[in-house]
Each structure stands twice: as C-alpha cells, then as structure tokens.
Design a protein around this ligand. Structure first.
Ligand code: SAM
Length: 307
C-alpha cells in the first residue's frame, strides 16, 4: 500500500515518495479496459451513473463550438460526451503520462473526430498551463472531473490549479467539476462510534489518520473504490474555502449539488431520463445496488462562472 511504501522508503533513509508521484503511478497503473470488460465490473452501474452525471453537467453548460480545457482528463473517458456537445476545440492535461497516451489513442480512434484536440502530460497543480498552451488560446469552458481534490494537498497547489483554470478562461466562461463532498464524509466519520477512523461499505472505504481536527488544506485520507481506486491518497476539499479562493480568481458559484440531488432534478427531464437507459445506469436487469447508491453520493457537482 502507499503508506507501506512511505514507511519503507523512510526506513531506508530515502525521502518520502511524493504524493503527486503516487497519484500519477496509481492512475498510470490502471489499464484502459474497454466497454465490454467495463460491463463486468462490480461497480458497472455506479461508473455508468458517474458518466451519466458528467453528461448532465456537460449537457447543461457546454455550448456548440465551445473551446474546452479538461484538467485531469485521465484516459479521455469524456471525449464522446464533448463530441455530443458539438464543441470545436479541446485540450486535455493530466499528470499520468500513460493515461495521456491512452486519451490520445482514444481520440485517434474516434470516428470522424468532430473537434480538434491536443493532450499534454503535466502536473497541473505545480506548473502553469502556459507551459503547454499558447497564451493567446482562450477557453469557453474548463472541466475538472473527479480530480480537483488532489490539489488540496497545499494552498499553493490549490492556487496553481485555480490559476490554470482561470488564466485563459474568457469572462462569462464556465468552470464545471465533480469532487468528493468533504462535509458528507466528515459527518459520516463523526457519526461512527468508538473513534473509528474509517467509513465505507462493500465497495468503498475512506480511511483517515486522525479525526479530531481537519485543516483547510492537506487533510489527507486514503480512498479505496472497488475496481477503480486502490487506496490512493486524497484530500478533503472544504467547500467554503474552495469557494472563497475561487472568488479571488474571479469565479462566481452558480451550481453546487450532491449527486443524489442532481439525479432527482435531472431525471425529471426527458432527455436526461432517456440517457439513464442509453448509458446503462438503468436497464431491465436492474440499477445501482444500495451500496453503489451510497458511494455515488460521496460526490458533489459544481459550476462557477468567470466574472
Ligand atoms: N477526469 C477523468 C474522468 O473523469 O474520467 C479522470 C478522473 S481520475 C479519478 C483523476 C485524474 O486526476 C487522474 O487521471 C490523475 O492522474 C489526475 N491528476 C491527479 N493529480 C493531478 C495533477 N497534479 N495534475 C494533473 N492531473 C492530475
């Protein structure tokens, strides 16, 4: 486990393995399994639900011919969603170089890619995006899906992340994303008796090293999600701190909802309701198990508009 690695490297007198290296290694090590294999996953429905939820966010906020920056693009799992939104230009960045290669390959094999796309391997929380993106490139939208929380390791990283999100986003442009809901996680942890340091069910676990105080940055926990994330270090995002910091970078909060709430709201709309079936969230064989449904609600979705 990563903690064992840290212990071992400390014992050998080596500097601790940096968390961002662990995160990159973690995501680089996960294979891109393809649609058919994905269906065999124990959390297939939850993955489908998360994809549906991202489609809702993109469907709500993306406009035809948008120029999009995807920070923490991973293996390019959202490329088809952007294609359906009819955007015209896309840049995807991620710290995991293997994932970037897979994203490039996924783009290359898309049928008639309807937009121009470029991919860059970079640490988006430690270096400025201008290292890879020409300074005159303007974006209409920035997306950060399931990745912003890694920047809350330090205030410096969170600020670099926000600099990268906003420096080339046009006024009126939108920043969308999904993150674990720190409020929900801590509330659940505190509801556990006898000072337990872990919450979870059959498909996820979140393990803390302490539960008395939580700092605004660097509040680390270890996250395990069956068939997706193997005990990776992550950080709580205290939403009021995030919102206040985002305001400093000219961002105004326009949307903030738990995944369950997004579902309640969006499933009432015909298009998004039909999409639940098309994306296999619901089928004749069933839908999310109770444990998947609980795990889905770890997350919240947000949107900011640049003033
Ligand atoms: N956004 C993709 C999606 O929704 O499928 C990938 C999400 S994955 C859970 C988190 C991603 O954040 C990983 O691809 C990881 O490499 C990326 N990431 C973590 N730290 C990063 C950093 N410092 N700079 C850029 N990407 C980072």
């Amino acid at each position: 486990s990563p903690s064992a690695q840290e212990d071992a490297s400390e014992q050998q007198g080596h500097p601790q393995k940096k968390v961002h290296t662990q995160v990159a290694e973690h995501y680089n090590a996960r294979p891109d399994v393809g649609v058919e294999k994905r269906k065999e996953s124990t959390i297939f429905r939850m993955k489908s639900f998360n994809n549906w939820l991202k489609s809702v966010l993109i469907g709500r906020y993306a406009r035809q011919r948008d120029r999009v920056l995807d920070v923490g693009v991973g293996k390019g799992g959202d490329l088809l969603k952007w294609s359906k939104a009819k955007i015209q230009f896309f840049i995807g960045c991620d710290i995991a170089s293997k994932s970037i290669e897979q994203a490039k390959e996924r783009y290359r094999t898309m049928r008639n890619p309807p937009f121009e796309a470029h991919f860059h391997a970079m640490d988006c929380y430690s270096e400025p995006i201008s290292n890879v993106v020409p300074p005159n490139q303007v974006f209409d939208m920035v997306s950060m899906q399931f990745c912003l929380h890694y920047s809350f390791e330090t205030e410096e990283k969170a600020r670099m992340m926000l600099h990268n999100v906003t420096s080339q986003l046009k006024p009126g442009g939108v920043f969308i994303g999904t993150i674990p809901d720190a409020y929900w996680i801590v509330k659940k942890l505190k509801s556990e008796s006898d000072d337990r340091l872990e919450i979870g069910n059959s498909i996820y676990s979140i393990r803390f090293e302490r539960r008395d105080t939580f700092e605004k940055f660097g509040s680390k926990y270890w996250f395990h999600l069956e068939d997706a994330i193997d005990d990776c270090p992550e950080y709580l995002v205290h939403f009021p701190t995030f919102q206040k910091l985002a305001e400093e970078y000219g961002l105004e909060l326009i949307y903030n909802k738990k995944f369950h709430e997004v579902y309640e709201e969006a499933s009432q709309e015909l298009d998004f309701n039909q999409l639940l079936f098309r994306m296999n969230v619901i089928s004749e064989e069933g839908n999310l198990s109770a444990d998947e449904w609980e795990a889905a609600n770890i997350y919240l979705a947000f949107a900011f508009r640049k003033k």
